[in-house]
Design a protein around this ligand. Structure first.
Ligand code: ATP
Ligand code: TZP
Ligand code: MG
Ligand code: MG
Length: 259
């Protein structure tokens, strides 16, 4: 998005140990400015300075969650968007409890998860294996239910992505299956959605849908270039595509449908 490059939003990422470098590089590629900050002594200041905050519980600890709540409350005071990625919700009771605590203390703008994680937040069991979804469910029905129960924007990702606030719903059928073979593509997407919400606060559903579609088209382009090599090349081509694919070039390939 050219506006994104011009505005260069600062994204405060509190993310997991696995995906930190990939998330920072992916955000730089789309034209945002990433910063990772975790210490309770500074997270409120960083969240206040940022244009959006990402809370990702992929490798959780009690200390980091306290820091996340601290940052989230500082962001809330300024009206800054807060995105939650409930990585591995449903895999352990600790993660379920952490998600509940974050939702209790922080006003979350958008939750982005795979279908298993979103179902787990709603109380379903056996929907997640480690950090991966283990259910085949209608993502539109699931996302709408989650948006209504949790009173926030929901993005369910998978073969088809869904964005909804419970009444307005859009599906995006871009992307490639190889995104599931590179670790961190869901987590980076949380950061990308934070960047899109940072620069478009008026219509958040549309902003999220455009972020998802652009991300998906970048993956399609990367697969076209790397399919005869393998997933390591795909990861590099994907970062290249995120950094070079303009909104104008990508838009004709968006497979977005408003329901
Ligand atoms: P999981 O851990 O279950 O892989 P995740 O948190 O990594 O979940 P995904 O649901 O894999 O998140 O979503 C990451 C990106 O991959 C999204 O852009 C999504 O559209 C895309 N994606 C996932 N599965 C497919 C698929 N089968 N075909 C096309 N795109 C996909
Ligand atoms: N373990 C804890 S966090 C994490 C793993 C493998 C990364 C998950 O990344 P993604 O984006 O959900 O594939
Ligand atoms: Mg994945
Ligand atoms: Mg994930």
């Amino acid at each position: 998005m050219s506006t994104l490059r011009q505005q260069n939003p600062l994204i405060h990422c509190m993310t997991n140990l696995v995906v930190t470098n990939f998330t920072a590089n992916g955000l730089l590629a789309i034209g945002a400015s990433p910063v990772m900050a975790y210490a309770k002594e500074e997270t409120h200041e960083m969240a206040e300075a940022a244009d959006a905050l990402l809370l990702n519980i992929g490798t959780p600890s009690e200390t980091v969650i306290e820091s996340m709540i601290h940052a989230g409350q500082a962001a809330n005071k300024k009206g800054t968007p807060v995105i939650l990625d409930p990585v591995g919700a449903g895999a352990t009771s600790f993660r379920n409890e952490l998600v509940a605590r974050i939702l209790q203390h922080v006003d979350i703008t958008l939750i982005r998860g795979n279908a298993g994680e979103i179902a787990a937040i709603l109380g379903e069991v056996g929907t997640v294996k480690g950090v991966d979804a283990q259910i085949k469910t209608d993502p539109v029905v699931l996302a709408k239910r989650a948006a209504e129960e949790l009173n926030t924007l929901i993005v369910v990702t998978g073969e088809q992505d869904v964005v909804t606030d419970g009444s307005r719903t859009v599906t995006i059928k871009n992307g490639h299956e190889w995104l599931t073979r590179v670790v961190g593509t869901g987590c980076l997407l949380g950061g990308v959605l934070a960047a899109y919400l940072a620069i478009n606060r008026d219509d958040k559903i549309k902003a999220a849908a455009e972020g998802l579609a652009h991300y998906g088209v970048a993956a399609e382009r990367a697969f076209a270039k790397a399919s005869d090599r393998g997933v390591a090349s795909f990861q590099l081509e994907f970062l290249d595509a995120l950094s070079t694919l303009s909104e104008e070039e990508a838009e004709p390939f968006y497979r977005m449908e408003w329901l």
